[in-house]
Ligand binder design. Structure first.
Ligand SMILES: [Zn+2]
Length: 329
């Protein structure tokens, strides 16, 4: 979970970036003015003419039209700069992000660069980063799936996952990954999350228990007296706004009507906003229908691609192998 101080650090980084860009611009400007002494003069004249023009327009006086002079002064400015080896662009500030000018926002929307930065910090702070190093497509192995149906299904699942990633920007596909304990649901989900984080998408990864904790804190106010965590409201915003929301282990939380409503609201809002969601769960679709609501069930059936993994408990198999290898050493 991203902490409040971590979030503040990110905002400070952005302030710092803007300051640096402004400082850099001033220094460049001073340097250019030194080489192009006429620059300041031309600019002052343009500014004065523009003010006159504006005043005349407000007063409805059409006799003063400085447009032509302004145009020729601008031309002169360009020529004077060029003669000294500069261009108009050299007078502009240079930002790391052209979209938001290092403010982190485009209008009221978070810029993709800020989302990426938050994702990085989210993953730096949680153990998910270490997990993702271990669990990704490079380390995914089919050898734990028994020959036959389980293996076929696993191969199919991986190709669905890859398609999901490749068409991430152009589709609004969602995944419902179901199967028994230890068949690789979380592993597959981690593979997808890792890949999309590497591609710079804003991914929020939460266990169902944590997700509903946050949503209930946001609804009823935090019981935790803000123990250094980012406010539930802000976290809720991430949950609704992120490019990919992963809800891991749906069904492990205590289900009640509040949770059922929150789940519906969350997946429905994200569907409307065409944002992707992955749900991984031990529950069958029938259990989703019984435990939550008809509405939740119908959204998942109609809007999610179903991946049902089969096989034995892979964690158990791995442990057995480790134990066997250790025994032989
Ligand atoms: Zn930006």
């Amino acid at each position: 979970m991203i902490s409040r101080s971590a979030f503040e650090t990110i905002l400070k980084e952005y302030d710092e970036k803007q300051l640096n860009a402004a400082r850099m611009q001033q220094q460049k400007r001073a340097w250019i003015e030194e080489k192009v002494p006429r620059l300041k003069e031309i600019e002052n004249r343009i500014a004065a003419l523009s003010v006159n023009k504006a005043i005349a327009r407000i007063a409805g006086d059409s006799s003063i039209d400085a447009s032509e002079e302004i145009r020729s002064l601008k031309e002169e400015k360009k020529t004077a700069l060029a003669a000294a080896g500069f261009s108009l662009a050299d007078l502009e500030a240079v930002y790391e992000c052209d979209k938001c000018h290092d403010t982190g926002y485009v209008g009221s929307e978070m810029c993709s660069c800020l989302k990426r930065r938050i994702t990085e910090v989210l993953y730096d702070q949680s153990n998910i980063k270490a997990i993702l190093r271990e669990e990704n497509f490079d380390t995914f192995s089919f050898r734990y799936y028994p020959e036959g149906q389980a293996l076929d299904v696993a191969k199919q699942a991986v190709s669905t996952a890859r398609r999901f990633i490749d068409s991430f920007s152009s589709s609004d596909e969602n995944l419902f990954i179901t199967g028994g304990t230890g068949v690789g649901k979380t592993f597959l989900t981690n593979c997808i999350a890792k890949d999309l984080i590497d591609r710079g998408f804003f991914v929020v990864y939460l266990s169902a228990i944590r997700l509903f904790d946050i949503l209930s804190d946001a609804a009823f106010g935090s019981r935790k007296n803000g123990a250094g965590a980012v406010s539930a409201e802000l976290m809720k915003k991430y949950i609704f706004d992120c490019d990919l929301l992963v809800i891991d282990d749906l069904g492990t939380e205590m289900v009640n009507s509040f949770i059922s409503t929150q789940l519906f609201e969350c997946i429905n809002e994200r569907l409307l906003a065409k944002k992707h969601t992955i749900i991984s769960t031990n529950l069958s679709l029938k259990q989703v229908q019984d435990n939550y609501s008809e509405r939740v069930f119908s959204r998942i059936v109609n809007k999610y691609t179903l991946i049902r993994l089969l096989g034995d408990d892979i964690r158990m198999k791995k442990k057995l192998e480790d134990w066997d290898a250790a025994r032989r050493d």
